[in-house]
Design a protein. Structure first.
Length: 375
């Protein structure tokens, strides 16, 4: 069995990243074959997949199979920083470039020189930074914030996203030229529910891993528990599976994980590709109307009863409804609406669904930044 795991890190305890990946299911085996073909090249790769499907693990495997394997692998979450700090973190800054810049600092591109830079959640980058990123990719050099001197770089860029960038381009949130620059090779990671052949191998890996950490002996999985795991939809993908197994080992008895030990989430995100034919996941509409027909009828009624200025009201209502449907989870709301998490967060703040601490200064943000660097 081909197993990929992330290097041990204290940050993984609170991360939503997948910490393990296997390639047992036919879809995963096809992905692995494609990955092995493109990894030795210098081509940019765009990795597409839902949160928790193992995008960073795939990026690390590409790096390890490439000629850059002896160089650094730098993983960066583009959604982890405010717009005011992204440029300094990405391209570096000189002393005094902004308040709190007490010394010069290399950016992610310089840290990854000679190796691979993995830009996760690339769809969350602000448009102004996208322009500068495109120039760096074209010119193969960076200019630190507060400097006019260009620094040559030799970096292979791998990018990942959990949103459909084509929709973001149409909505004006992502540059088309940057998309084509990044998308030389595309790797589509299927969600766990679409590759059931990976569920039990991953389960056994997590059972072994957590049994060792907890000091347990051998732990078995009952047949009923196996059926329950394979039949579940896994909205949180591999990370959710890991959490479920960790919890089950804390509650199981006699070295056997039973069906009742598996605490599965009640969260269900409605996805168009999941709904069985003739079933939308909601109670049937009166008169046999589809959800689309009901929506069109609601629009007609709004048009007839309102004097105008409907766009903002409809957009706000859609955002509020989606946010509440997703149990106030920003990532799931962004996925449901096809937006980036930064755009979703900004709009939720604007309509009062999210409250931010305005007293938090740029110095605090700089001190609390989270950067994952691994060589």
């Amino acid at each position: 069995m081909q197993l990929l795991t992330l290097p041990p890190s204290p940050a993984l305890a609170t991360s939503i990243r997948a910490t393990a990946q296997v390639f047992e299911d036919p879809k995963s085996q096809a992905l692995l074959a494609h990955l092995q073909q493109v990894a030795p090249s210098e081509a940019s790769v765009l990795i597409i997949g839902e949160t928790g499907t193992g995008k960073e693990l795939v990026a690390r495997h590409i790096h390890n199979l490439s000629g850059r394997r002896n160089g650094p692998f730098v993983a960066v979450n583009c959604g982890a920083f405010s717009e005011s700090l992204v440029e300094a973190e990405l391209f570096g800054h000189e002393k005094g470039a902004f308040t709190g810049a007490l010394s010069a600092k290399a950016g992610w591109f310089e840290e990854a020189n000679g190796g691979t830079l993995f830009l996760d959640e690339i769809g969350d980058l602000p448009m102004a930074i996208q322009v500068k990123l495109l120039r760096v990719l074209q010119e193969r050099e960076v200019v630190r914030l507060g400097s006019r001197k260009s620094i040559p770089i030799n970096v292979r860029v791998l990018a990942a996203t959990n949103v459909q960038l084509e929709r973001a381009i149409n909505a004006g949130h992502f540059r088309e030229d940057l998309y084509y620059r990044l998308n030389v090779v595309t790797l589509q990671l299927h969600p766990l529910r679409e590759r059931p052949g990976d569920i039990l191998p991953l389960t056994r890996h997590f059972i072994r891993s957590y049994s060792e950490r907890l000091g347990y002996g051998q732990v078995q999985l009952s047949a009923e528990a196996e059926r329950k795991l394979v039949g579940y939809g896994w909205p949180g993908n591999i990370r959710e599976l890991e959490n479920v197994i960790h919890h089950s080992l804390l509650t199981c008895r006699d070295g056997l994980v039973r069906e009742d030990d598996l605490r599965l989430s009640n969260l269900r995100l409605e996805r168009q590709d999941e709904a069985p034919a003739g079933h939308s996941g909601s109670p049937p509409a009166s008169g046999g109307e589809s959800a689309e027909e009901l929506l069109q009828r609601a629009f007609r009624r709004l048009f007839e009863e309102s004097a105008g200025a409907l766009y903002e009201r409809v957009e706000e209502s859609l955002l509020r409804a989606a946010y509440r449907f997703c149990h106030h989870n920003q990532v799931h709301t962004a996925n449901l609406l096809g937006l980036s998490r930064n755009v979703t967060r900004t709009r939720l703040i604007a309509i009062g669904e999210l409250v931010v601490n305005k007293r938090r200064g740029p110095e605090q943000e700089l001190d609390n930044r989270v950067v994952r660097l691994s060589i």
